[in-house]
Design a protein around this ligand. Sequence first.
Ligand code: ATP
Ligand code: MG
Length: 319
Amino acid sequence: MTETPLYEGKAKKIFPTGQADQYLVVYKDDATAFNGAKKGQIESKGQLNNAISSIFFELLAKNGIKSHFIRQVDANSMLVKKVAIIPLEVVTRNIAAGSLSKRLGWPEGRELPKPIVEFYYKDDALGDPLINNQHIAALGLVTPLELEFLEREALAINEVLKAHLLSRNVKLVDFKLEFGRVGHEILLADEISPDTCRFWDAQTNQKLDKDRFRQDLGQVTEAYQEIFARLTRQATNFQAKVKVRLKPGVLDPQGEAILRSLNSLGYKSFQSIRVGKLIELVLSGENQAEVESLVAKIADELLANPNMEKFNVAVEPLK
Ligand SMILES: Nc1ncnc2c1ncn2[C@@H]1O[C@H](COP(=O)(O)OP(=O)(O)OP(=O)(O)O)[C@@H](O)[C@H]1O
Ligand SMILES: [Mg+2]
């Protein structure tokens, strides 16, 4: 790595490497918003965005979506394939927010009937304006076929990211992608991070992205850390056993019937028989205490009849 970057952007520096077709991308803590009008720093953002982007590029690769990502190098940097960036910001939206809410008067948080893909012309001097397919053709940025590819790719990426994030209790509201050319191929490039996506907590809609910086909501680093934590949380498989028994004093016809049969077969020493049930469950969770309380909750709601039955729960990691 040489000392001077080839290019320094608002969020990242691009360095040449020993390989002519590879770049080292170094993520910075600098933050900007409103096309550079608001500037600041978000502590640890560089390493968080580098780690989060690496996780997303790896997830996408597993799902058949190629990108510039080669590997994470260290806390703040990743090795990528050098591409010629196509000057289009490809934005996909699931829920109204930001400029879409402003443009159409749709309240922030409105679910869209289906995902919407938008294209913005990547030009800081013009303020990255929204453009349509005809502007794109007139500008000669991509061919109609390539544009179709970008839209399809954005929607496919949306499905992968949306499902994965939801399993981590995060709603994917919208996100911006950049693509670039290498030879005849178009690859997903740049970054996928809380700087370039809107992430909301799935239960509370709490914002976990750069809107906390844009809107001075505070706890900005904490939000980025929370996204990283949710993406890296390891789930373990547990086995839970729920024993359900009749409460003392509740009539047990099944137990009575077994007792009568034993007596009639000549087994006279049995005094009392109570029949219960054993329910075995396998589930994933973060830790034993969390799994125990979840299983107790569903046992109370569903597995046992609280008027007549009591239950106990035993949980252990699945071997
Ligand atoms: N694989 C890649 N090859 C070449 N350039 C890339 C690659 N991935 C990202 N870039 C470009 O690196 C630059 C630095 O990123 P950064 O996010 O800091 O830029 P920026 O300040 O947002 O500015 P802008 O995107 O307007 O140039 C961006 O121009 C981005 O498009
Ligand atoms: Mg950028």
